[in-house]
Write a protein that binds this ligand. Structure first.
Ligand SMILES: Cc1cc2nc3c(=O)[nH]c(=O)nc-3n(C[C@H](O)[C@H](O)[C@H](O)COP(=O)(O)OP(=O)(O)OC[C@H]3O[C@@H](n4cnc5c(N)ncnc54)[C@H](O)[C@@H]3O)c2cc1C
Length: 436
């Protein structure tokens, strides 16, 4: 069948295997039924080709909860359990997850494989910093236990390792006690990029922090944005929010997403939010997952799909680098509807994890003529400032760029070769960037 990631580009013909229980995974591996390369797939929320291969093994039925331990404040669940399912279970008990992505439809396996980050990396680090342990099914059919203290090499290669070491079957996650899941959000207007950086730095102690940038504003308004700072409100209900989801039933004609509609959207978004700036109490769902109410919003970019370009630039040159990036984007007119700037604190030990101390910017680009040269120009700026791109969003990075910017790639290959000596686990992405 033909499959793709969230960006709907590229598409690949693949054999999809969906074992109905965890017990069947090792049996399938040992039976040698799978011919050719293989990669795991969770919620399919990575944008590019990291979960595409000749054979794809789905964690869809690894969706069971195994243990909730209030003493150690941990939960153990199958790797196919989604963030949304986890929240539905833990919120009524007064707990929350320490790190959340921008959608609830990511699976636990996918969150570990990309070592995802949230709006609080500057205060709480990334997903795997709160991971107690997981079980990993190797290509041989053997299952190993991994934690920061056992099978350390397998742990640091699998966390952020994009499924290339094996299949995560289940995991134990640390939970966080919160006073409520109502979010006290303060929205502050930043007139330009300088202003935005200053505001983020001045409010570093705020638990959550994210700036929505008008990426098409130019000159003195370059980087004008709305910064959302947030904390859990001291009072409020511990209530899971079930949602009614609107659906986009067909591809929006691609011509509707153009220079003019994008500029109009960015302009209106900025001015609307500017008018409503101030402090509000909002539900966690609308703060963390603003797009989840629209099913298939990825169809907005038309049949050919889109790229999400997420970069990080280290602290030293983050301001200069971001300014150069935004200048190129604003002048190209090919900006995205929603661009997000966040601060990262220091990196962890995981070999291919994306975050490092600095700033990260996320841009969406429709797949259209002229977009490749634009992204190549941005690549050069990112590299010139010693930055890198996020593998979970990538669909087109070159091997050269990957190897220049991920300094631990050789150590990663060395560990992968030990865990997977016959090179079973590979994706279209890992072949492209020279990891397999
Ligand atoms: C709207 C939206 C918002 C997002 N916001 C954020 C954000 O704020 N922060 C962030 O960091 N990311 C964000 N992401 C990206 C997303 O968190 C990552 O791409 C994540 O890896 C997706 O998980 P998934 O379960 O959908 O995995 P898939 O997309 O199916 O797979 C992603 C990778 O994980 C591997 N994988 C999946 N399951 C397993 C398993 N059981 N064992 C081993 N490997 C496995 C796959 O092989 C692949 O390499 C966002 C994505 C979307 C669509």
């Amino acid at each position: 069948m033909q499959l793709h990631g969230w960006g709907r580009f590229p598409r690949a013909d693949a054999e999809l295997i969906e074992p109905p229980s965890a017990e069947l995974f090792p049996e399938i591996f040992k039976s040698e039924r799978i011919k050719g390369s293989l990669i795991a797939r969770g919620g399919g929320r990575s944008y590019g080709d990291s979960a595409l291969s000749k054979n794809i093994i789905s964690s869809r039925f690894l969706d069971n909860f195994l243990e909730f331990d209030e003493t150690s404040e941990t939960i153990r669940c199958g790797a196919g359990v989604s963030i949304d399912m986890l929240l539905r279970t833990i919120i009524p008990t007064g707990y929350f997850l320490p790190v959340l992505p921008g959608t609830g439809f990511v699976s636990v396996g996918g969150a570990i494989a990309a070592d995802i980050h949230g709006k609080n990396h500057h205060t709480d680090g990334s997903f795997c910093d709160h991971l107690v342990r997981f079980s990993l099914l190797l290509a041989s059919g053997e299952i190993i236990e991994c934690s920061p203290k056992t099978a350390i090499d397998a742990f640091i290669a699998t966390c952020g390792g994009m499924g290339l070491t094996g299949v995560i079957l289940d995991a134990t996650l640390k939970l966080e006690k919160v006073p409520s899941v109502c979010i006290k959000r303060e929205s502050i207007v930043a007139a330009n990029l300088e202003d935005c950086f200053d505001l983020i730095e001045d409010n570093e102690s705020s638990k959550y922090s994210v700036a929505w940038i008008d990426c098409l504003a130019k000159k003195n308004a370059l980087g004008r944005s709305i910064l959302h700072l947030a904390e859990h409100n001291a009072t409020g209900l511990q209530k899971y929010k079930s949602r009614r989801r609107l659906s986009i039933p067909f591809n929006i004609p691609a011509f509707l997403v153009n220079k003019h509609t994008t500029r109009l959207f960015n302009n209106s978004f900025y001015h609307l939010r500017k008018r409503t700036a101030g402090t509000n109490i909002v539900n966690y769902d609308s703060y963390f997952f603003p797009l989840d109410n629209i099913k298939n919003w990825n169809r907005v970019f038309g049949q050919k799909g889109f790229f999400q370009y997420q970069l990080v630039i280290p602290s030293d040159s983050a301001k200069r680098g971001m300014k150069e990036i935004l200048n190129v984007v604003a002048n190209s007119g090919k900006g995205s509807f929603i661009s997000v700037l966040k601060k990262f604190s220091k990196s962890n030990e995981n070999l291919l994890s994306f975050p490092e101390a600095g700033y990260t910017l996320t841009l969406d680009f429709k797949n259209e003529p002229g977009i490749s040269p634009l992204m190549k120009k941005l690549d050069d700026i990112v590299l010139a400032h010693c930055g890198r791109l996020y593998l979970a969003k990538d669909a087109r990075m070159s091997e050269d760029m990957f190897k220049k910017s991920y300094s631990n790639w050789e150590k990663f290959i060395e560990i992968k070769n030990r865990l997977d000596p016959n090179g079973k686990f590979a994706s279209i992405q890992s072949d492209r960037i020279g990891l397999t």
